[in-house]
Design a protein around this ligand. Structure first.
Ligand code: GTP
Ligand code: MG
Length: 199
């Protein structure tokens, strides 16, 4: 499947530009620079289909990528949240766009909430989880940049994340650990996404 059709469909700067809700969608959400776009590249096996950057705030719109021929599902690359240096009005616009999409999208099957392995869950992440819980959107947690953390610290952040998640109302969400750089955990995530779109 992932060696087949992967295509950039469109970029939506506001809700009125969303593509028709014809197939299941999987959203990639998380703080600025956590590695959303990089994970989409690793996931699809395309080196640069989603644009990445060392500076936070790279992705500014909802970007839709189609997988399969005919299209089986779409991946949605989202702007990051919690980027303090972005202008206030821009942050506000992104927040509305992210919230409106996540709350209102009928074909949204799962949201992957990405968390940097080096930092763990922060208050701003809880805000997004809060919103997903309220809207009853199913999500999974993805710990990113696993290659940057030594194994013992990785085990610690996995435990801490599991503990933080257990306190939330959602049915126990899965936690994945990935490295887009070293291509770790990507196959497990693909399996999860495939089973999610079938359910
Ligand atoms: P915004 O679009 O700004 O919200 O950022 P993003 O979440 O899309 O992050 P992006 O994928 O652009 O990656 C940010 C930086 O982290 C880039 O310099 C990537 O190369 C780096 N990065 C992403 N994933 C990994 C990873 O698994 N390992 C390492 N070492 N670096 C990574
Ligand atoms: Mg991005």
């Amino acid at each position: 499947l992932f060696s087949g059709r992967v295509e950039f469909l469109k970029s939506a700067p506001a809700l009125e530009f969303l593509p028709d809700p014809t197939v299941p969608e999987i959203a990639f959400a998380g703080r600025s620079n956590v590695g959303k776009s990089s994970l989409i590249n690793a996931f699809t096996g395309r080196r640069a289909i989603a644009r990445t950057s060392v500076t936070p705030g790279r992705t500014q719109e909802l970007n839709f990528f189609e997988i399969g021929d005919p299209t089986l599902f779409r991946l949605v690359d989202m702007p990051g949240y919690g980027y303090a240096k972005a202008p206030k009005d821009v942050v506000k616009k992104w927040r509305f766009l992210i919230n409106d999409y996540l709350r209102g999208r009928t074909v949204l099957k799962r949201t992957l909430v990405l968390i940097d392995s080096r930092h763990g869950i922060k208050p701003v992440d809880h805000e997004i989880l809060e919103m997903l819980d309220e809207a009853a959107v199913s999500y999974a947690i993805v710990l990113t940049k696993g290659d940057k953390v030594k194994a013992s610290d990785l085990a610690k952040v996995q435990d801490k994340t599991a503990e933080a998640i257990r306190k939330r109302p959602a049915a126990y969400p899965e936690i994945f650990t990935t490295s887009s750089e070293k291509h770790l955990g990507i196959d497990d995530l693909r399996q999860f996404v495939l089973s999610s779109i079938e359910s």
